[in-house]
Design a protein. Structure first.
Length: 185
């Protein structure tokens, strides 16, 4: 059990504080808990930037859109070689770019749908608006709540390298809506 710095992002605020973590990696801890306690917190409103301090609060995982990966990285012995795919996604008021790691030969989009709710992206950048100003933050790892993602796709760089390959979103698969009003058989 150890206390680590916590930086999270909710739908209307950023969250800073400390979390008492069990286990070796924050991703595993977040996936293993539906509720956890933060201490010495500050909630910063995205709308106007005002800060609300709290000594302690219990949060549910579904209240978090994403979290900056902090703390230990887990056992070096348990790591396996993975391929990285550069992805971009939108989750609430945040745009995120990062590298999704999958086993060789696994479709990255299919992998997203089969994982636990909290998914780490490395070499990440998060952008959002705070009190009318654009904030862009580079972080080594950001852990995204995949259940709350609005859309996800390959980055423009990858799209330009493969112009004939369609960009797919696992969250829009088979969800086409006919806006023409035409009747279909």
């Amino acid at each position: 059990m150890q206390g680590v710095e916590f930086q999270g992002f909710g739908s209307d605020c950023t969250i800073a504080g400390r979390i008492t973590m069990f286990g070796e990696r924050l991703t595993d801890f977040l996936n293993g808990q539906e509720r956890f306690r933060l201490h010495k917190c500050e909630f910063t409103s995205l709308d106007d930037g005002h800060v609300v301090p709290l000594d302690s609060i219990s949060l549910e995982r579904e209240e978090l859109l994403c979290v900056v990966g902090t703390g230990p990285r887990g056992s070096e012995k348990q790591r396996v070689r993975l391929e990285a795919t550069r992805m971009q996604l939108a989750i609430g008021p945040y745009i995120i770019l990062g590298r999704l790691h999958t086993r060789a030969g696994v479709d990255p989009m299919k992998s997203v749908l089969q994982r636990e709710p909290m998914i780490p992206l490395t070499s990440a950048t998060i952008a959002f608006t705070l009190a009318g100003a654009t904030v862009v933050q580079d972080v080594p790892t950001i852990i995204v709540n995949r259940l709350l993602v609005d859309w996800i796709s390959a980055t423009a760089d990858e799209a330009s390298l493969f112009p004939d390959v369609p960009i797919r979103s696992p969250f829009a698969m088979n969800l086409q809506k006919d806006m023409t009003g035409a009747k279909h058989a």
